[in-house]
Design a protein around this ligand. Structure first.
Ligand code: KIV
Ligand code: ZN
Length: 507
């Protein structure tokens, strides 16, 4: 069976999703989870794009060891230099350098002739080769590129030292048969093609990303690029959990396998959704809330008689546990610390103490504490930026009556350690709270989006709120989870403001 290498770009293309901005701690936690998930290569970021991205790529490269770490570069020396510096401590680094090859991109964006594009591509691969053995070269907008030109430039960049050739469907324009034919053409018309891995990278503008990835694999691609939950530019990228589960379920049809650890899928998907604020739709394949729910009587009857009548994927395969009840009110610190490592976290002693306190206060209010609840608590604590001065909630009250104007009183500790209390009103309870917070917070803050979800099921499920804000002109997201919806709403708002403060301090 041929191995298909999985190249994850959640931290780069995924992070380019509108409204998503992950901080360094979140990127690091995601990188560790992607390593557990078993990707072969992770694209940790675009080091030349900002100091924050550079630092995050560097930190990831120093931390994860069982996976190749790639950095993205345009075909310019300074971008390649930034990758060299950010990846210098990586166990297994890869440079990913790209240049556009379609007529429209070459003429209007690059303002270069095809010959100049070849010259730049070759020169930059040779330049990168001084620092990297492993170089992926991408022909941006390959699917709208003239095939003869594509074959010509690929042959030259392989001669210059590229070890992987990636042919992206950058704008999600191509159809599966067409995309597959492009790979076949390149296989048949580039004399040195067998020296490299061929890779596909598909966007989902026409809903074809997954089908196109399979078409590429059927025609010689040995690397598939994509993201968790399919997040990414515009309509997103091919979803890696869908690709790997489809290969596994249809191993009667495809003679390929991946190194992906399928039971890590749910957790990886949850973490991406939590950190990015991009909620997974209920009907999403593999990881949606309804992916294993059988609603119609006929289906339920069939599943009870034999699950395989309507269930081709078992929840257990992808790490969805039907009964993941773990710890309760009487669980001690020992059981709690064991659980922390079972869930894949390694926390400092202080953070373990903090997490245990949060767990205990949750058990006062919630009878059944699940893995999902613990995961929410632990990721919040692990990615908390509390070493930076910030706003913290001391207390709040809301008065609501269906015929009165809601009002809120909030007491905050500010970054200067002052205690400030104020009262405000709004059209609803959340607005009253947010107006009051705005009166206290020094920064100029505007709410642009608000989403409320529950973690797990049942009346006592935790509430999770995601907000998008601008804080002094900077777009940030914030999240908060609590048993009470209003408390989660306040925590999410403060989290967004604190992230903006952290961002300004660390840039
Ligand atoms: O979609 C695309 O073309 C890309 C490249 C940078 C590989 O993301
Ligand atoms: Zn892309």
């Amino acid at each position: 069976m041929t191995q298909i290498k999985i190249f994850d770009t959640t931290l780069r293309d995924g992070e380019q999703s509108p409204g998503v901005n992950l901080n360094q701690l979140e990127k690091l936690e995601l990188a560790k989870q992607l390593e557990r998930f078993g990707v072969d290569i992770m694209e940790a970021g675009f080091p030349a794009s900002s100091q924050g991205d550079f630092d995050a790529v560097k930190k990831i490269a120093e931390t994860v060891k069982n996976v190749q770490v790639a950095g993205l570069a345009r075909a310019v020396k300074s971008d390649i230099d930034a990758c060299r510096d950010a990846l210098k401590n990586a166990e297994n680094p890869r440079l990913h350098v790209f240049i556009a090859t379609s007529p429209i991109h070459m003429e209007y964006k690059l303002k270069k002739t095809p010959d100049e594009v070849i010259e730049t591509a070759v020169e930059m691969v040779k330049y990168g080769k001084q620092f990297f053995d492993n170089i992926e070269w991408s022909a941006e907008d390959a699917s709208r590129t003239d095939l003869d030109f594509l074959a010509k430039i690929i042959e030259k960049v392989i001669d210059a030292g590229a070890t992987v050739i990636n042919l992206p469907d950058t704008v999600g324009y191509t159809m599966p048969r067409e995309y597959g034919a492009m790979f076949r053409y390149i296989k048949e018309n580039v004399p040195n093609i067998d020296k490299v891995d061929l890779s596909c990278h598909c966007h989902d503008d026409l809903g074809m990303a997954l089908a196109n990835s399979f078409a590429a694999v059927e025609n010689g691609a040995t690397q598939v690029e994509g993201t968790i939950n399919g997040i990414g530019e515009r309509a997103g990228n091919a979803s890696l959990e869908e690709f790997s589960v489809a290969l596994n379920i249809r191993n009667d049809y495809y003679p390929y396998h991946t190194n992906v650890v399928l039971k890590e899928i749910k957790r990886t998907s949850d973490m991406v959704s939590k950190f990015t604020g991009m909620t997974v739709p209920g009907n999403k394949a593999v990881v949606g809330r309804n992916a294993f729910a059988h609603e119609s009587g006929i289906h339920q009857d069939g599943v009870l008689k034999n699950a395989q009548t309507y269930e081709i994927i078992t929840p257990e395969l992808v790490g969805v546990q039907s009964n993941n009840l773990v710890l309760g009110k009487h669980s001690g610190r020992h059981a709690f610390t064991d659980k922390i490592s079972q869930l894949g976290f390694s926390l400092t002693d202080d953070k373990v103490k903090e997490a245990f306190k949060a767990f205990k206060s949750l058990t006062d209010r919630k009878k059944e504490v699940t893995d999902d609840d613990l995961f929410a608590i632990l990721t919040d604590i692990q990615t908390d930026t509390s070493n930076v001065k910030r706003y913290t909630l001391e207390d709040f009250k809301v008065q609501y009556g269906s015929s009165d104007k809601p009002s809120a009183t909030v007491r905050l500790k500010t970054p200067n350690d002052e205690q400030i209390e104020d009262t405000g009103t709004g059209q609803g309870s959340v607005e009253a709270l947010y107006n009051t917070l705005d009166q206290i917070i020094h920064e100029d803050t505007h709410l642009t989006d608000f989403q409320l979800n529950s973690i797990g099921q049942g009346r006592d499920a935790l509430a999770e709120v995601h907000v998008s804000l601008t804080v002094d002109g900077l777009s940030v997201s914030g999240r908060g989870s609590a048993q009470d919806v209003l408390e989660a709403a306040v925590q999410a708002y403060l989290n967004g403001v604190n992230r903006a403060i952290y961002h300004q301090k660390s840039e």
